[in-house]
Design a protein around this ligand. Structure first.
Ligand SMILES: Cc1cc2nc3c(=O)[nH]c(=O)nc-3n(C[C@H](O)[C@H](O)[C@H](O)COP(=O)(O)OP(=O)(O)OC[C@H]3O[C@@H](n4cnc5c(N)ncnc54)[C@H](O)[C@@H]3O)c2cc1C
Length: 474
């Protein structure tokens, strides 16, 4: 019998799994996909917002401020990238400047550093800011991360501390029992005292298995262009002044030196897909010009889209369901859900689970993970030493990102290791560069096949049934 079953291995579920693994509890983390962080956590702007945007007295504001404070130490402990680059909220007229005061007042109340810059001052820092920008509200402590890196690292810590991780495991139904619930999946049934619903766009459906949902989820798509690292375009996150429709189209530097342009905001009905659209990308292209000039569209290397779990509730829903004791919703976690995830996890443990479970710390729990080898970050001597010990670190597979065979093997053999081409790409980045896998993907397929003891024809791109090679030609 489990103490806790967490449904959903996105940033919320994995963060919670890591935090719970500190205690003497029996915990399972399940996800229907073939890898950790394949939902909203995989496709977003990757910003750790400081918390000035959500309205007062909301869970969004409370969780965002708490989460943003926790990220630096979490990323340090997990050896994950965390870059403080600052954000500019750029106004074009008096009406927008007036709204900047609202945001500044919220920041003041929440202890978040901010400063006003004239258009000229801001353009000295960001030469590609549009001439039409009259004033910028700067939030210097805004940071960027690599969201799935943090989620994978959290899952690794949890699994090392004896959490059971079940991927390719879809929750199909949940039945009440005398002691809690049975989570029925396509693989096995799990008895548990507590269920935590961290299933993103699936949250309404999962809750409806045990109660009457008090929220309705409609996925809302956000699409992006990815600009090549060679374009020295922007160094801060640049937002327009937010409107009732959201944060608008941003220019966002990524941890590895690319730039994201996006997202749009379109509700999705019918079939849920994360494909990008002409209309969505056209909207991004048109609206980025509101804040930025000389946009290097000739350096676009990729487009992608993510789905926000937008809901009829404008706030996060983080509570034990009134009609299902021991069933806890972490639902309606749209932006700033990434920034808030550490806060959400602590809130669930400190405010909800502490009354339901005995939270006895396990002195053997290790909350950190060893630093992965990143050859690109080593100096020449260190690199030579690594290659001497293991020649695979000297064989470059991804030329764009300079990733060696040794690093790819490491990420497959690691706890919660990669099981697909996309899984390798998420962990060590081959295919993220300018050629988008054109040169390295066949080599990655070979390495995966060798390491997983399968044939290249069985290697999948991403999900369980996404084989890449259809048949042998000779
Ligand atoms: C376009 C866009 C931009 C964003 N930008 C930012 C940003 O810059 N900063 C920020 O703070 N937030 C941002 N967000 C929001 C943030 O990405 C989300 O709030 C966060 O990732 C939600 O995490 P989660 O773990 O709740 O959900 P998810 O990451 O979606 O994880 C839910 C998991 O549940 C699994 N699941 C669903 N149903 C089942 C089932 N039946 N059985 C088993 N598993 C199931 C899914 O496979 C999935 O892996 C953005 C979101 C989008 C889409």
């Amino acid at each position: 019998m489990y103490d806790v079953v967490i449904i959903g291995a996105g940033i919320v579920g994995t963060m919670l799994a890591r935090d719970l693994s500190r205690y003497r509890l029996k915990v399972a983390l399940i996800d229907k996909e073939n890898d950790i962080a394949d939902g909203a956590t995989m496709a977003n702007s990757a910003i750790v917002h400081t918390g000035y945007d959500p309205e007062d007295n909301t869970m969004k504001a409370k969780m965002n401020v708490a989460g943003a404070k926790l990220y630096p130490s979490i990323c340090k402990d997990l050896h994950c990238a965390y870059k403080v680059i600052g954000a500019y909220v750029a106004a074009v007229d008096e009406e927008e400047e007036a709204h900047q005061y609202v945001l500044a007042a919220r920041a003041e109340r929440r202890g978040i550093p901010y400063a006003f810059l004239s258009g000229e001052e801001a353009r000295k820092e960001e030469p590609n800011l549009n001439e039409s920008i009259t004033r910028v509200l700067s939030f210097p402590t805004t940071a960027i991360i690599y969201p799935w890196e943090v989620a994978i690292a959290c899952a690794q810590v949890a699994v090392n501390n004896r959490t059971d991780l079940f991927l390719n495991t879809e929750c199909r139904d949940i039945k009440r029992t005398a002691d809690g619930y049975t989570v029925i999946t396509d693989n096995q049934d799990m008895e548990t005292r507590i269920v935590i619903n961290a299933s993103g766009i699936g949250a309404e459906h999962i809750y409806s298995m045990v109660g009457k949902p008090n929220f309705h989820i409609t996925p809302r798509k956000g699409e992006y262009f990815v600009i090549d690292q060679s374009a020295d375009f922007v160094h801060h996150v640049v937002f327009p002044v937010p409107s009732s429709k959201g944060k608008g189209v941003l220019a966002v530097p990524t941890v590895y030196g690319n730039t994201l342009l996006g997202p749009n905001s379109d509700y999705v009905s019918g079939t849920i897909d994360t494909g990008d659209t002409f209309q969505g990308l056209d909207y991004v292209r048109d609206n980025i010009n509101r804040t930025m000039k000389s946009v290097p569209m000739n350096k676009v290397i990729r487009t992608f889209a993510g789905l926000r779990p937008s809901s009829s509730s404008s706030d996060f829903i983080i509570e034990e369901a009134a009609d299902a004791p021991g069933f806890i919703n972490a639902a309606s976690i749209e932006s700033p859900g990434l920034a808030s995830a550490p806060g959400i996890s602590r809130y669930i443990i400190d405010e909800i689970l502490k009354d339901r479970l005995i939270l006895e710390e396990n002195p053997e729990a290790v909350m950190t993970r060893p630093a992965p080898v990143v050859m690109k970050d080593l100096n020449n001597e260190e690199r030579q030493e690594m290659i001497r010990k293991n020649p695979a670190y000297g064989r470059i597979i991804c030329r764009c990102e300079q990733i060696s065979e040794g690093e790819i093997i490491d990420c497959i053999r690691a706890v919660c290791g990669a099981r697909s081409v996309k899984g390798v790409k998420k962990r060590v980045r081959p295919g993220m560069g300018r050629c988008q896998g054109g040169f390295c993907e066949p080599r990655v397929v070979e390495i995966l096949a060798r390491e997983l003891h399968i044939t290249p024809m069985e290697v999948v791109l991403d999900s369980k049934k996404s084989e890449i090679i259809e048949k042998e030609n000779r």
